[in-house]
Design a protein around this ligand. Structure first.
Ligand SMILES: *[C@@H]1O[C@H](CO)[C@@H](O)[C@H](O)[C@H]1NC(C)=O
Ligand SMILES: *[C@@H]1O[C@H](CO)[C@@H](O)[C@H](O)[C@H]1NC(C)=O
Ligand SMILES: [Ca+2]
Ligand SMILES: [Zn+2]
Ligand SMILES: [Zn+2]
Length: 506
């Protein structure tokens, strides 16, 4: 790979090399461009270290959280132009939905090649490379591809472009960004014509690898942190006998099935599902039987009672585990006094008993939760006063039979960066955890009213069962085994009666 990049540089002599990351300012631009930092926001050193840490996780580097040599080297590698963490738009909570893996509504997908590169002399070689790249995905799934020509509309439309090319995502000359693509239902695939494209391992940028990767996006896959996967964000260089990784296959089959006649839900042994280790969660809740559930998009992860071990076969589609619940939920809350779990989405809510949705639901939030708005972000019970708290945007509501007087208030008092909380839970250890749209979570010190030392940490390894830092997992297990023997409902009642008087400030 080193040899290849040297060769690429020499092949690049005639063209200006793309700017290189060699300072922390460059690192900030890089991390912002790829979704690790919020654009247009001053970046503190804490933000930068968190961003670096998250990038190191995605890129399979040691999580030193410092801009070390191997991190700088990784940032200088050619890569896909798509963000690793997708949350553009003013409201991260709403925009984070776009990071979800999205399928075409059909497995019969059409494609059109509108331009080819002049680097490869024979046009047919370019076209055959695209056809072969699509075969990787059709061989692994129920997908079929049909080529169309001329003005015939197609799902996937392929072009080579230089620099600015009319979609606001300007290419950067040779090196840096190699290509980008648009998720369904868009499907455009753009390759940077300033790269020197080659096939069959000739010195240059391997068109096959990049095409397989970009088609993955155009079929609905996001980036994965599994670095052997073709959907890893950084270009791996030419690979002879290129194959999809199990992670790529699990992803495409989750979207389109495995292509067998009996093809049903995605293979449960294939995990993690790409796009499922983003660390971005819609909601986290516990249930009466002391299981823990993490929701993201159409998936739910279950952690067995009293362990942080992910239950066998998870993640699974939400509707398989909680028949009747919708995808893309907003918030979830376990209310110990009733032993019930409440799921909020849009203007409605559902009540469940463990995994069983109670009859008569959904109901309108407005009819049962007096004063509460729709489109909530997060909900939890705070142990200091037993009250229910809801977050929405940069405000929060305290609820006690109705939204209490004086609320909403600015959520800045909780001092979570960005003042956005994507999900929250009072976990089995009765500690409060906040989940941030950056893919990190915070344990809140309820008594000192600030984030505990050592936080934030990455969500994915702990709450989505993704590979990661086992120390964190062990720590969480240790916390839980220290839980008091009192039934949680009793505790909550004691809390609400004893403490409500004292801690009404927040
Ligand atoms: C990570 O750190 C360990 C121990 O310091 C070292 O042995 C290993 O080579 C490092 N791995 C990478 C990818 O830098
Ligand atoms: C797809 O499968 C066909 C038929 O088995 C095979 O000839 C072809 O090489 C495969 N393509 C890829 C890219 O794996
Ligand atoms: Ca480029
Ligand atoms: Zn990509
Ligand atoms: Zn483009």
């Amino acid at each position: 790979m080193l040899l290849l990049s040297l060769l690429m540089v020499s092949a690049a002599a005639a063209v200006t090399e793309t700017a290189i990351v060699d300072s922390s300012d460059d690192a900030v631009s890089y991390l912002t461009k790829y979704g690790y930092l919020q654009p247009g926001k001053p970046v503190g050193s804490g933000d930068l270290n968190r961003g670096i840490c998250h990038f190191q996780y995605m890129a399979g580097l040691n999580q030193t959280c410092e801009l070390d040599e191997s991190t700088i080297a990784m940032m200088n590698k050619p890569r896909c132009g798509m963000p690793d963490i997708i949350e553009n738009g003013p409201d991260p909570r709403r925009a984070k939905r776009y990071s979800y893996v999205r399928a075409w509504p059909t497995s019969a997908v059409t494609f059109r090649i509108d331009s080819v590169t002049s680097d490869i002399p024979r046009r047919e070689d370019v076209e055959e490379t695209f056809v072969r790249a699509l075969q990787f995905w059709s061989n692994a799934s129920s997908l079929t591809f049909t080529r169309v020509f001329g003005d015939t509309p197609a799902n996937i439309v392929i072009n080579f472009f230089k620099r600015a090319h009319g979609d606001g995502a300007r290419f950067d000359g040779r090196g840096g960004v190699l290509a980008h693509a648009y998720f369904p239902l868009d499907g455009r695939v753009h390759l940077d014509e300033d790269e020197y494209w080659t096939i069959d391992g000739d010195p240059g940028t391997d068109l096959l690898w990049v095409a397989v990767h970009e088609f993955g996006h155009a079929l609905g896959l996001g980036h994965t942190h599994v670095d052997e996967a073709v959907m890893a964000p950084v270009y791996s260089g030419y690979v002879s006998n290129l194959q999809l990784n199990d992670d790529d296959i699990a992803g495409i089959q989750a979207l389109y099935g495995d292509g067998s006649a009996t093809s049903g839900p995605p293979d449960e042994d294939m995990s993690p599902i790409p796009g499922s280790c983003t660390g971005i969660v819609d909601a986290v809740t516990t249930t009466r039987d002391r299981s823990t559930y993490t929701f993201e998009g159409n998936l739910v992860w279950k952690f067995e009672r009293r362990t942080s071990q992910i239950a066998t076969g998870f993640p699974k589609p939400i509707n398989q585990v909680f028949p009747g619940l919708p995808d893309n939920i907003d918030a979830a809350l376990y209310y110990p006094p009733y032993g019930k779990t409440y799921i909020f989405k849009g203007s409605q809510y559902w009540r469940t008993d463990n995994e069983v949705v109670d009859t008569g639901y959904p109901r309108d939030i407005s009819s049962d939760w007096s004063g509460l708005p729709n489109d909530l972000d997060a909900a939890f019970i705070w142990r200091r006063n037993g009250r229910i708290y809801f977050f929405k945007g940069d405000q929060y509501y305290r609820y006690n039979g109705r939204v209490e007087g004086g609320y909403p208030r600015p959520s800045s008092v909780w001092r979570i960066p960005g003042n956005r909380i994507g999900a929250a839970v009072q976990w089995l250890n009765r500690r409060t955890y906040f989940f941030h749209p950056s893919g990190e979570y915070y344990r809140f010190n309820d008594w000192r009213f600030r984030v505990d030392r050592g936080y934030p940490k990455s969500v994915a390894p702990i709450w989505q069962g993704c590979p990661g830092n086992l120390m964190d997992l062990m720590e969480l297990n240790a916390e839980e085994s220290g839980v008091s023997g009192l039934a949680p409902s009793l505790l909550a009642l004691i809390m609400s009666t004893v403490l409500a008087v004292n801690f009404v400030k927040y």
